[in-house]
Design a binder for this molecule. Structure first.
Ligand SMILES: [Zn+2]
Ligand SMILES: [Zn+2]
Length: 170
């Protein structure tokens, strides 16, 4: 025990054969002084109390009050270092996962853009198909003459509808 430790009544400090007690109100009495107040209120604060003998084997929550403050600091520093390592470890994994999610979002966005382009292309082709069908219907198959080369040229090089008319020869 440190030099601060003493009986709150007679001020005796630890020595051979002297037992001390800690009260529930947080006061320390030697065996002799405790017997004098036994069953009464605490001499220091007048509270009704229960007392426990101070031995080398105390509960951790009691023992901590009799520990050297520097030892506590060192012990907590170890905990603090471990805490920092744990936070760092989890944060790195969190970053890695968020990075993966970000990549997935980019990929999804690219697929959406591509799908939109495909849909636009399909709509355009349907319109062209509809236009061609209408022309075929209007002109009649027997009067409509067109070369394969002209059709290929239309779809590959000049897809605009207005250019189609030039390739259809009556
Ligand atoms: Zn005493
Ligand atoms: Zn007390």
């Amino acid at each position: 025990m440190g030099e601060w430790f003493h009986c709150n009544t007679c001020f005796i400090q630890p020595g051979e054969g002297i037992m001390f007690h800690l009260t529930s109100c947080g006061h320390i009495y030697c065996e002799k002084c405790l017997k004098q107040t036994s069953g009464e209120r605490c001499c220091m604060c007048s509270s009704q109390y229960t007392a426990m003998m101070l031995t080398t084997e105390m509960k951790p929550e009691v023992e901590v009050y009799f520990t050297e403050p520097l030892d506590l600091v060192n012990k907590n520093l170890k905990c603090l270092k471990q805490l920092i390592q744990v936070i760092d470890f989890q944060m790195n994994h969190r970053k890695r996962f968020f990075s993966h999610l970000k990549d997935m979002m980019s990929l999804l966005h690219a697929h959406c853009v591509r799908a939109n382009q495909d849909i636009t292309e399909i709509i355009k082709l349907r319109e062209e198909n509809s236009y061609l069908r209408r022309l075929v219907h209007e002109k009649g198959n027997k009067n409509l003459k067109y070369s394969v080369e002209a059709i290929v040229h239309y779809f590959v090089f000049e897809p605009a509808q207005q250019n189609l008319v030039g390739y259809i020869v009556e």
